[in-house]
Design a protein around this ligand. Structure first.
Ligand SMILES: [Fe+2]
Ligand SMILES: [Fe+2]
Length: 323
């Protein structure tokens, strides 16, 4: 699963020297220069990005767990191969992002320890795998394309490859939906049911509405964020409605109308549900985090073996150098 940033507040700069450096830093941002790991940056910029990139990484890792569960139940070899590739991509996305977050000075171990509960909804049928690809990865693309131009170099570069892979994920999901919606009555009902359950959670993925989002200002000033939550959400809705129409599925928002500019106006979002999920009370949070912890513990031998191999190699190189 992927979320828009929920940034921390700026603590302000402490010294006169920092104020001068901050002005210089802002001038570089305004000139569309990239900030690199060894460059000076305000502490709040570092904190905001560490939080945003690590949350993004966690969501890639936690998000692949329910999809991984469906690999053995995919309805054909072709679907299995595509889902396997997608899950592997998500794991890679987590890896690139942890690597980008590490360049800001927090170790991978610390980041993994801090892994927060991602937004978690159950995946009840095969159609959920279709909807996740179509809508969740589709929303991720909307969020992530502007991040390719983020002011922090390592994050922006990681996003370029991630976005190419997300586009494959979106297509594999849409193709599943297309097959189901052209299938039997039962398959159509399954597709509609999955859309009904995922539509609102996906709209929430874009983060709180602009009028209550407190931290957007600094992120916009620092060019971490290029569009507001509501702008991205609207782009997503406008792109998705015609796709749902093509599939012959109904978006579970009966009041939806197009305005004079062609934008689809959606009903109010129930943000109470969003805060419940964020505070870890989502339907599957506990289960999914337990699965995540188990996977981490079961992978301990791989990390130990890799560390032992690296140590042995280093020793061998030192011995060779001494000869
Ligand atoms: Fe991803
Ligand atoms: Fe994806």
């Amino acid at each position: 699963m992927y979320t828009q940033a929920l940034n921390t507040a700026d603590a302000g700069e402490r010294t006169i020297e920092d104020a001068a450096r901050s002005a210089q830093f802002q001038a570089r941002i305004d000139a569309e220069e990239r900030i690199e790991p060894n460059d000076w940056m305000p502490a709040a910029y570092r904190r905001t990005l560490t939080r945003q990139i690590s949350q993004h990484a966690h969501s890639e890792i936690v998000g692949m767990l329910p999809e991984g569960n469906w690999i053995t139940r995919a309805p054909s070899l072709r679907r299995k191969a595509a889902l396997l590739a997608k899950v592997q991509d998500e794991c890679g996305h987590g890896l690139y992002l942890y690597a980008a977050a590490e360049t800001l000075g927090t170790s991978r171990e610390e980041l993994v320890d801090l892994m927060l509960a991602g937004k978690a909804n159950p995946t009840l049928t095969w159609a959920d795998i279709g909807v996740i690809g179509w809508l969740v990865d589709g929303a991720a693309i909307m969020n992530q394309i502007p991040l390719c131009r983020c002011s922090y170099g390592p994050y922006a570069r990681a996003m370029i490859r991630v976005c190419k892979e997300e586009s494959f994920h979106q297509r594999q999901g849409f193709e599943i939906m297309l097959t189901l919606s052209r299938g039997t009555e039962e398959q159509k009902a399954m597709a509609q049911d999955a859309l009904d359950r995922w539509w609102w959670p996906v709209l929430m993925m874009f983060g709180p509405p602009d009028k209550v989002s407190q931290h957007s200002d600094t992120s916009t000033k620092w060019k971490i964020k290029r569009f507001s939550n509501d702008e991205l959400r609207q782009k997503f809705v406008d792109a998705t409605v015609p796709q749902a129409q093509f599939l012959g599925l109904t978006i579970p928002d009966p009041g939806m109308k197009q305005d004079a500019d062609g934008h689809w106006i959606y009903s109010d979002i129930d943000w109470n549900e969003f805060s419940a999920v964020l505070s870890g009370n989502g339907p599957c949070n506990r289960e999914r985090m337990a699965a995540r912890r188990k996977a981490h513990e079961e992978g301990a031998w791989v990390r130990e073996a890799a560390a032992a191999y690296a140590a042995k190699r280093k020793q061998r190189q030192l011995a060779q150098a001494a000869e």
